[in-house]
Design a protein around this ligand. Structure first.
Ligand code: TTP
Ligand code: MG
Length: 401
């Protein structure tokens, strides 16, 4: 199965605010801000709006659309609940993003009668528990299942029975084949190839000459051949958060406060995972889009916001002293994640106090929302970002997480 939620960010907003239902809604930011559409409701799509479109263009095409900043933590939570539902149906779950996953249900379907009955049960649970709509494609191969779920939207369910894969794909326009982007589409059309069937029937050598090994992949996929298995993800190797500012800045208090806030987000996830980190990475993108990352390696692992932030800030100050350009984006990450080491000598007792403090704050935030408790260093953000109980709403929610 390939399961994908319909208009995900928008639908989550509509659950919170039913007045947004059945209306053209865009998540991504205000139309006068820079940025692009992250998600558009199906009503908005009838005006030509789509993900990736500049907000200004979207508001020109559909002035009556309702524009929402969005809140990544909210989508993250909805995503976790969505994945938890899917995991009840099979352990062979491969999330492909927040709102999308492959599920290998081979052998589990008999419990439900058939795979399509199982899919209906999944759709029902997503509807009942999350008030969201999941579209599901069922097929023997990943690529076919993905095309089927996409084609079935919105609120769809489409099963392609084994043996019918090629015939199912053949009449569809080539742009529907995963991996065919705008550029490939143009080149294929230049060769007179307009639908997937024509692509499937194109001699392999032609595609190999034009696209190299990618041509071979295209040919296989167009023929419904896909050897990829469904593989549950390995443990994450790093955790990071970043955000773009509404306006490029050199304001140190804003940069510091943002770095501190992003650090707290990173730190809480690190502690939730029960890992320690030895690598701390700062990312800065300047106004001209040049991007740097600077890494510091600790002697021993940490779970402390204070340690991550202090090193991040040192890296930031050093970067800013070497480069005078305005800053567009700042981010912080931890890597080299390890299992917690042995605690601890007397010397470490002050570290221990900070770790207890972090855990106490995590606990409060888990119960009452991220904004329930705020550190002094992030207070200046109150004048810069709007906030709700989930934390600050940064300007680029899809990047900010
Ligand atoms: P998608 O599943 O691609 O889109 P969607 O769920 O909004 O709509 P559909 O019904 O067609 O599945 O992406 C899931 C979410 O990821 C989407 O709601 C917002 C986010 N996203 C971005 O932030 N930027 C992007 O460019 C895209 C494509 C998605
Ligand atoms: Mg989706």
């Amino acid at each position: 199965m390939h399961v994908d939620l319909d208009a995900f960010f928008v639908s989550v907003e509509q659950v919170d605010n039913p007045e947004l239902k059945d209306k053209p809604v865009v998540v991504g930011g205000r139309p006068d801000r820079r940025g692009v559409v992250a998600a558009a409701s199906y009503e908005a799509r009838t005006f030509g709006l789509h993900a990736g479109m500049p907000l200004a263009t979207a508001s020109r095409l559909c002035p009556q659309a309702l524009f929402i900043e969005g809140s990544f933590p909210k989508y993250h939570r909805a995503s976790q609940r969505f994945m938890a539902i899917l995991a009840d149906f099979s352990p062979y779950l491969e999330p492909m993003g927040l709102d999308e996953a492959y599920l290998d249900v081979t052998g589990f379907e008999s419990i439900h009668g058939s795979i399509s009955k199982m899919a209906l049960t999944i759709k029902g649970r997503v509807k009942d528990e999350l008030e969201l709509c999941a579209s599901i494609g069922i097929a023997s191969r990943k690529v076919v299942a993905k095309v089927a779920s996409e084609l079935s939207k919105p609120d769809g369910l489409l099963e392609v029975v084994a043996g019918e894969e090629r015939a199912f794909l053949a009449p569809l326009p080539i742009a529907k084949l995963p991996g065919v982007g705008k550029k490939t589409e143009r080149v294929l059309k230049g060769l007179g190839i307009n639908n997937i069937g024509e692509l499937a029937n194109t001699p392999l050598v032609t595609l190999k000459t034009r696209f190299g090994i990618y041509g071979e992949m295209l040919h296989r996929r167009a023929n419904g051949i896909d050897e990829r298995r469904i593989t549950p993800p390995a443990e994450a190797k790093s955790i990071s958060r970043e955000t773009t500012f509404a306006e490029d800045t050199r304001d140190l208090s804003q940069l510091e406060a943002t770095l501190r806030y992003l650090t707290e987000r990173v730190g809480s996830q690190l502690r939730e995972k029960g890992k320690e980190a030895r690598g701390i990475t700062l990312k800065v993108r300047y106004a001209d889009f040049t991007t740097i990352t600077r890494r510091y390696t600790l002697n021993k692992g940490t779970i402390s916001d204070r340690v991550i932030f202090d090193h991040g800030l040192t890296l930031l100050n050093r970067a800013l002293s070497l480069e005078k350009k305005l800053v567009r984006l700042v981010g912080i990450g931890v890597s080299s994640l390890t299992e917690p080491g042995k605690q601890l000598s007397m010397l470490d007792s002050s570290c221990l106090r900070f770790e207890h403090l972090d855990r106490a704050i995590d606990h409060i935030r888990k119960k009452y929302g991220f904004s329930a408790i705020q550190t002094g260093r992030t207070m200046v953000l109150k004048d810069i970002f709007p906030s709700d109980e989930n934390g600050y709403t940064l300007h680029t929610p899809s990047l900010s997480r």
